[in-house]
Design a binder for this molecule. Sequence first.
Ligand code: B3K
Ligand code: ZN
Length: 877
Amino acid sequence: MSEPQPTRLSDYHPPAYRVTHTELTFDLDPAATRVKARLHLERHPERAADTPLELDGERLALEAIAIDGQPLDEGEYALTDTGLTVHRVPGTFRLDTEVAIAPEANTALEGLYQSNGMYCTQCEAEGFRRITFYPDRPDVMATFSTTVIGDARREPVLLSNGNPVERGELPGGRHFVTWEDPHPKPCYLFALVAGDLERVEDSFTTRSGREVTLQIWVEEENLGKTDHAMASLKRAMRWDEETYGREYDLDLFMIVAVNDFNMGAMENKGLNIFNSAAVLTHPKTATDAAFQRVEGIVAHEYFHNWSGNRVTCRDWFQLSLKEGFTVFRDQCFSADTNSAPVKRIEDVSFFRTAQFAEDAGPTAHPVRPDHYIEISNFYTLTIYEKGAEIVRMLRNLVGWEAFRQGSDLYFARHDGQAVTIEDFVGCMEEASGLDLAQFMLWYSQAGTPEIDAFGEYDYARCEYRLILRQRTPATPDQHDKRPLHVPIHLGLVGTKSGHDLPLTLDGEALGSDAVIHLREAEQEFLFTDVSEAPVPSLLRGFSAPVKLRFPYSREDLAFLLANDADGFNRWDAGQRLAMLALDDLIAAHRNGVEKVMDPRVTEAFRGLLNAEVDDRAVLAEMLTLPSEAYIAEQQPLVDVDAIHAAREFMRQGLATALRDDFLRVYRENADDAPYAPEPEQIARRSLKNVALAYLMAIEDEDGIELAREQFAADHNMSDVRHALTLLVHSSRDELSEPALKAFGETWAHDPLVMDQWFAIQVTRPQPDVLDRLKFLMHHPAFSLKNPNKVRALIGTFAGQNRVNFHRLDGEGYRLLTDVVIELNRLNPEIAARLITPLTRWARFDEERQALMKAELERIRAEELSPNVYEVVEKALA
Ligand code: B3K
Ligand code: ZN
């Protein structure tokens, strides 16, 4: 078997032939769908007349091929496993092909496949080549006209991109619909859906007066679960008009929910296809977090209509051009519709846990990679989330007004084009006049920059000297790193006044908080006229995706937690304070000495619980300890058991000391108003539920009673799921078993709720969890072919049940490996993602390292998909 070879950015060449118009006809059949394609092609003016036509194509049975109506002889073209070459073609011509494909056999869920009997597609990044022979690259943009033929009874609904222009009956109980998409698009945005679906319809009038029909298509039983997605869509449409001046550009916008989907959703032009988990909600079946996720993803896919579809990527190395920008856009939208500080806290906690880990591991890559074996492996936290942080830094560096001008310029200048990250940053540079040459390094340099900060107050001169030193650690393939241009948003909080002091830097008054630009490896900032000794509040709002260290004392942190004007940094000070205390507890556990609770943490929490509450949602975050995964990220060597023990000790210590406060907070925030996914209610629920979790950490009798009542009251899924989790994670079977059974029976018919039922069980800290997991893999609601189920059961276990996944008998690793090996054949994209926890072996003790590497070797011995091959090779390099 030949080893898969990398594709390189430096090898980019414009396409030799472009497609001006694409006509497709699908005659649907589960085992043999026939796809006729008529491509109108044109040679690039600078290419020689004898340039062969090369088209991508995989797993296609070619049945006919003709140029300008003339069938080709066998000697005139060549077929391989990856495509089709026609040796000589005219300068402008029409290519007709006909192929057969088998949607029912497609378990990779790329290209045309079946989900619950309905047909659907996923073409990004390179799935279209599994549908027909085509130049499957984003810089080939064509208008599409698509006819879908199906069985009138089994597939009454036939959808594709654009507008329906013709429909009719055909012999043999078949029917057809023809769709036309007037906007030139790359084939990765092509979509087709056919099945027995029902729709919910609404409408939206754009600000220039275009009446847009909005449809959400679902299976009949899900008709009652679309309200929130529809409302979110309308909010997103309005927001994009108001914030970015972007209007929708077709008369119809459709969303379809499918059960089997590799990702959250896909922004196909005019026909977004969604994982049902990312669109369906109901107060009884979806948690607050799920409601918010749906809102964010609906907005994200909608925003792609401009950032991605109208202006697309030249090649897949530019993926973050559309993803980083669109994530930034959806983050700002969610911040505007919910609690802005909480949105930032949630995004940053996730980022610092998961993206930092990726950037420090063997699969670390720049936001614009320069090579890949399998592009599906690059839909990562780095491309998406770090890409969004870079766009956010740009916004902060140039200010919103210039950023908006740059965005307008980008959309106007590049409308209908496939462009690069330079084109985007160039527009920002032009609009702002700021030199962004050094800033571009953020796109090419992998790894998380580390900044060491030191500060000194000179009482006599009233000066505060801040020294910043940056370095980025080596990552695979990149050893020497250059200093980056880092925006540091900061304030100096007066220790007497508790307020931000006015900032004067190099004689310039900057106001009370400001962004300073770090560009050198080491740089000094001298603030003058500082009237009292300050504690610096650095990297406010997480103004750059870096690790910033400052030798804060615990008193400094308690002070910032109480006084910092920046809500995000107040929260962060609390996290830092808890981390210092957790470090002591981890050390005590490892050394076998008695653990002692730091009273400063308890007092800080007491202060929070008794202060006037201005934002309950932020308070709930402040009362939440760093996760085990985040704590692990901070340790030089991960000791999963010590981390778990230390964190539990702290939770129990806080619960014991502050039991009455938690009980009071629970009662004050309990509320039986009808469920609404709106910020004030969500905030109350999360605060109440944080309090309940502390009470359950010590299995307090009142807490147990409240958890049981909350579960039985069945008011909304947020409360029910939280209570169920606490009961199931308790040490008492008499609490967990009846609740689990009741829940499982009530919701056996609802796959999205069963996903939650699976996830709750496999996050149990008890050691029997592995047996339970193996048993659940045979549950009728589980299937390896459904990515949501795999994520709920296997992904959740490996990612979130750290003590049990990392068991020293290696059973957790073995189980994950068995699943990866099976999925390597069924669904390589999901298999490759699932390996992630094993790739982090270098962070653990030698015994675990050996066990994890042995499992990676076991995978390597298989016949591997390029996806899994690439990840395993990097992990073992
Ligand atoms: N653009 C899609 C990504 C799908 C790729 C799957 N291989 C989802 C999104 O970012 O909106
Ligand atoms: Zn996206």
